[in-house]
Design a protein around this ligand. Sequence first.
Ligand SMILES: Nc1ncnc2c1ncn2[C@@H]1O[C@H](COP(=O)(O)OP(=O)(O)OP(=O)(O)O)[C@@H](O)[C@H]1O
Ligand SMILES: [Mg+2]
Length: 237
Amino acid sequence: MLKLENISYIVEEDGLNKTILDNVSLTFEDGKTYVITGPNGSGKSTLVKLIMGIETPTSGNITLNGVSLDNLEINQRANLGISYAFQQPVKFKGLKVRDLLDWASGKKNDFATLCHYLSMVGLCARDYIDRALDDKLSGGELKRIELAMALCRNAKVNIFDEPEAGIDLWSFENLTNIFKNLKNCINIIVSHQKKILQIADEVILIKQGKVEKTGKYKQIAPLIESNQCNKLRGEHE
Ligand SMILES: Nc1ncnc2c1ncn2[C@@H]1O[C@H](COP(=O)(O)OP(=O)(O)OP(=O)(O)O)[C@@H](O)[C@H]1O
Ligand SMILES: [Mg+2]
């Protein structure tokens, strides 16, 4: 179980304090998929960065299965089983796709295993396994490779920040299948997409740095519909 208690994140801007997250308390249970949604700039990415240790909260506590994460660095949190996929995928120059997947799973994988993971994200292993992770890969390809990495990791907590970004719409069904296949762990997905919100055991709606409401998609949907943010409704801006 992952627990956030009274998390606040305040930054200083032009000599003034700016509250980005305001007293957020959330409990994430094992085996469940959570989707965090809310308007642009509401604090979703900040919230998941605090869980991974990329940013440090101003106040509050985070524990994983009773162990405090508060003084742990990113790599120590990763060793405890927290995995994070960025909103903008990171490029690992000099590495090939297979190196990255081997590194993520902590062992050398045979072709069949790599093929299994890559096909789950809609990539043919034969075409991609020896590709370099450089600028030649498209944004969508990189995003898919990052998703394959998450599958390889077998983490206790999988965090995805806008996994749909750059993924073409016809692949959406496959994308939701990936999350359905990540079982026996906690999945935390930041998303604006209805189809992803629909697979959540619980949707968490964040507005202006606060948890506005948590519940099933059907309970949260009316609040989203009434919002003027097009991206939130899964429409193009
Ligand atoms: N270090 C910082 N200094 C100043 N402002 C910051 C800092 N970090 C984040 N912010 C601001 O905090 C707010 C929340 O940012 P965040 O990236 O968490 O939003 P988000 O909900 O993920 O939005 P989006 O849907 O656009 O990805 C934004 O207004 C952002 O500009
Ligand atoms: Mg964001």
